[in-house]
Design a protein around this ligand. Sequence first.
Ligand code: COA
Length: 273
Amino acid sequence: MSDIFSTTGTPYADGKILQHTTDGVGVITFNNPDKRNAMSLEMWEGFGEALTSLRDDETVRVVVLRGAGGKAFVSGADISQFEKTRHNAAASEEYARRSAAQRALLADYPKPTIACIDGFCLGGGMQVAMLADIRIAAHDSQFGIPAAKLGIAYGFDGLRHLVSLVGPSWARLLMYTGMRIDSAEALRIGLIERVFPVDELWGETMTIAETISQNAPLAIKAAKITIAQVLKDESQRDMDAIKAIGNACMDSADFREGRQAFMEKRKPQFQGR
Ligand code: COA
């Protein structure tokens, strides 16, 4: 994917997080290739800033996350910071609070998100990938959560997503062993959705992103909201939110445009209202 990193964009965390937009697609790049894109606390916070900026950019309809360097998506949290920032429960709490606040932005993101994975996707990298709506990977990528090899507990949110994607038994196998699996296995167990040869990965990811960005934003929002509610316990579900977005779709100019464009055999132009 090397050619695509020539694009200049807005830097965060001293350039270790990059952000740019292209044709309605926002792109965030984890850019610490010397450390296989391991995430320092500054990078988590820069990631949050980039997410916020793309969330608030009305021209952006979908966000793609990727790693620079061709070797990793994200190899997890930066272990070299652990001695200072995560050496015991008290220190770890502050670290978790600050990094979790950024992941919460992704968990509640109002726009569709895609993780484009080329290489290692480990630990905290898996957390990011699992929080994205869709995961697309290169053939030779590797996935794992080596918490048991480090002696740390992977938190509730990460495991909730893992269990919902691969089921409790695979979650246990991955967590108890800390093993790494390849893209073929990850695809088979439902951890990722699509796999491509590495030289096709970016083009295929952008094709999916552009397809999403050209579809009706309110209809996509309805799907995103409703699927999130499906995953909640019944007692926690906000059925009113589902009703409200359903009504917003039916009353939208885009629904009118969608109907008309179909009848007139032309491509619809959606405005998101
Ligand atoms: N934190 C800090 N530094 C990391 C890192 C991490 N999570 N992952 C990789 N690095 C650093 C390595 O220390 C090495 O630094 P050096 O060049 O100064 O020695 C550099 O990145 C390259 O890593 P290396 O192990 O030589 O590359 P590799 O291609 O052989 O293996 C990994 C890559 C990602 C498989 C391996 O580095 C690894 O297992 N990393 C730790 C993953 C992990 O435990 N993540 C969970 C953290 S909660």
